[in-house]
Design a protein around this ligand. Structure first.
Ligand code: DGT
Ligand code: CA
Ligand code: CA
Ligand code: ZN
Length: 583
């Protein structure tokens, strides 16, 4: 049993416990699920090595949960969980991600109307049975409908950061097969789109059969859709579909180009090829006038081994995959006007990090150590503020205590001769009227002031825009964190006039954040507008755990998709220059 399955079961137990009003127990299961999600090692490996005791050493795991995990690993089943499922046979997975459908509501819908799956829910909505239910009404019906609509819109797409680790794992296993000459991940993953439909992997090999046999029988495969010599398609247990294609070395560049897409980008390249008297396909670029046999329908291959030679032969500069969305990149490549994108190794700092002072898992020291290992030179500690009471947000007193701890950490680093710097920061809540959750004299002493909306997502567009603009006008506010409030596959952005925010950011010298977590906020389109307007941005992990620094990669990816250069991103700058730029 792999981690993902154990995590899923623990989370579902949490939901069942909530249905039974066992909130503390529920929270304990959720916490353990989160801890397992962040583990580097497989839970089953930990158990194999150290038994029940080793499980108990995982953060948050008490004896009773440890025994349940043991039962799962040993038998593949868990009676405690099966009993819940028997009592309330709801298909929890169906309702995952529908806002406004908490565990209590689900239980009630099951008990009153017998709703166990999505179909039942849709029927009940259509027949008006939900609005007539005691304690529900038209407003709740509308909320559930809205949640459903959102779920349909995302239509089974995966958050990039959730898919990439698993795809890389498969990629590295394929690389090790002796029949494999080369492996590449193509499709929307290579373009680093924020959500992806499926994974597309290419392999160069002269002996495809054994590769395909291996691929369809990997342990995480749930279903095989196709099993052929050149193409196979599977579904993984976590729901991700993966296509694998075997190509020859002569066509590798052309195939990579074709399967990277986007489709619109491909179509335009083919049109350009035709205009030159060429033919472009996934097998190569062919000159139809220069056939080795005189005129022939096949033509002579003039490019296709690499993507670089392909773009060159088509008369343009090489286009990075993140730009291939038909947003003007081909024209720019023809005129040598492509941006010099920020590189994956270019970040020097991270300006949004929470610690165990609030809802983060690790101490300031621990976060600093891992950030250093990741190659960063500075981080800002930006814990939540008091209005976010559930995270134990900092008030004026506690934040000053935190500064002492930051001073100590910095002192220790200095004694060790390390250049790394921890900055004093805050993720200060923006209140309803656009004022700040901490007084000005405290903000004035913070080195990095981030401001965030965490409440009142339903304000009118006008009010929400005014609220955030007022925060930007605050002389202490340096950065607006996650400016539109979206969370991929979970929450739509609040209604806000982003163009107006960009204008005001320029006017007030405020930085807008590219949040690298599953918020992915700003998104690529807006990043491009910021870069064009000369508004500076910061790429932050929003880490709540030392493992979350890895997310920075996805923030950089999003910035690249927004045509951003190093100069546009303030935490790609040296510390002194960055600090000087802040208000
Ligand atoms: P996704 O999976 O929905 O996130 O998006 P992609 O871009 O990975 O799309 P996918 O997996 O359907 O196909 C992979 C690539 O193959 C796509 O980016 C471009 C190429 N491709 C697929 N279908 C067509 C097509 O009908 N015409 C052209 N020109 N290219 C296609
Ligand atoms: Ca795909
Ligand atoms: Ca595909
Ligand atoms: Zn936040």
């Amino acid at each position: 049993m792999d981690n993902q399955e154990i995590v899923k079961i623990l989370k579902e137990i949490g939901i069942y416990l909530e249905m039974d009003n066992e909130f503390f127990k529920a929270r304990a299961y959720e916490k353990v699920a989160e801890a397992l999600e962040n583990l580097e090692e497989k839970t089953s490996e930990i158990y194999k090595k150290g038994g029940l005791k080793a499980l108990g050493a995982i953060s948050g795991v008490g004896i009773s949960i440890a025994e349940k995990i043991e039962e799962l690993i040993k038998t593949g089943h868990l009676k405690y969980y099966e009993d819940f499922k028997k009592k309330i046979p709801i298909r929890l997975k169906d309702f995952e991600g529908i806002n406004g459908l908490g565990s209590k509501t689900l239980k009630k819908l099951y008990e009153e109307l017998g709703i166990i799956g999505l179909r039942d829910l849709e029927k009940a909505l259509a027949s008006g049975r939900i609005r007539n239910l005691k304690g529900f009404g038209i407003k709740s019906e509308e909320n559930i409908l809205k949640g459903l609509e959102f779920l349909k819109k995302i239509g089974g797409r995966f958050v990039l950061g959730l898919a990439i680790p698993q795809v890389r794992e498969i990629e590295s296993r394929l690389e090790k097969l002796k029949e494999v000459e080369r492996v590449a991940v193509a499709g929307s993953i290579r373009r680093r789109k924020d959500t992806i439909g499926d994974a597309d992997i290419l392999v160069i090999s002269k002996k495809p059969k054994s590769i395909m046999d291996y691929f369809i029988s990997m342990p995480e495969v749930a279903q095989v859709f196709a099993h052929g010599e050149t193409k196979s398609a599977i579904k993984l247990k976590n729901g991700l579909d993966v296509d694998l294609r075997v190509v020859s070395a002569e066509s590798y560049g052309a195939a990579l180009n074709y399967f990277t897409g986007s489709k619109d980008h491909n179509i335009e390249l083919r049109r350009i090829a035709l205009n030159k008297g060429y033919k472009l396909s996934e097998y190569g670029l062919f000159d139809m006038k220069k056939s080795p046999y005189g005129r022939s329908p096949v033509g002579r291959q003039i490019a296709g081994r690499t993507e670089e030679e392909l773009y060159k032969a088509l008369g343009m500069d090489y286009i990075e995959p993140e730009l291939r969305e038909m947003r003007g990149e081909i024209e720019a490549a023809q005129k040598n006007k492509l941006p010099k994108l920020i590189g994956y190794g270019d970040l020097r700092g991270d300006l949004q990090i929470q610690t165990n002072w609030t809802d983060g898992a690790n101490s300031i020291q621990e976060m600093a150590e891992v950030a250093m290992k990741m190659g960063l030179e500075y981080i800002a500690i930006t814990d939540h503020t008091k209005r976010l009471a559930m995270t134990h947000g900092l008030d004026e007193i506690r934040i000053q205590k935190q500064w002492k701890e930051i001073d100590e950490v910095n002192h220790k680093l200095k004694v060790k001769g390390l250049k790394f710097k921890v900055l004093k920061g805050t993720e200060c809540d923006i209140l309803k009227d656009g004022s700040m959750d901490l007084p000005g004299e405290i903000l004035a002493k913070c080195e990095v002031v981030g401001a965030s909306v965490h409440s009142l997502f339903n304000l009118s567009r006008k009010d929400q825009t005014e609220r955030i603009k007022r925060a930007m006008s605050n002389p202490h506010v340096d950065i607006i964190f996650h400016p539109t409030g979206r969370i991929l596959n979970k929450r739509e952005p609040y209604d806000v006039d982003v163009e107006e925010l960009i204008k005001h950011a320029k006017k007030t010298n405020t930085i807008l954040e590219i949040n690298a977590s599953d918020r992915s906020d700003l998104k690529d389109e807006y990043i491009r507008k910021c870069a064009e307007a000369g508004v500076k941005m910061a790429i932050d992990s929003d880490a709540h755990h030392t493992s979350h620094f890895e997310w920075l990669e996805y923030g950089i990816a999003q910035a690249r998709r927004g045509w951003a250069e190093k100069e546009d991103i303030i935490n790609a700058w040296p510390l002194e220059k960055m600090l000087k730029f802040l208000k």
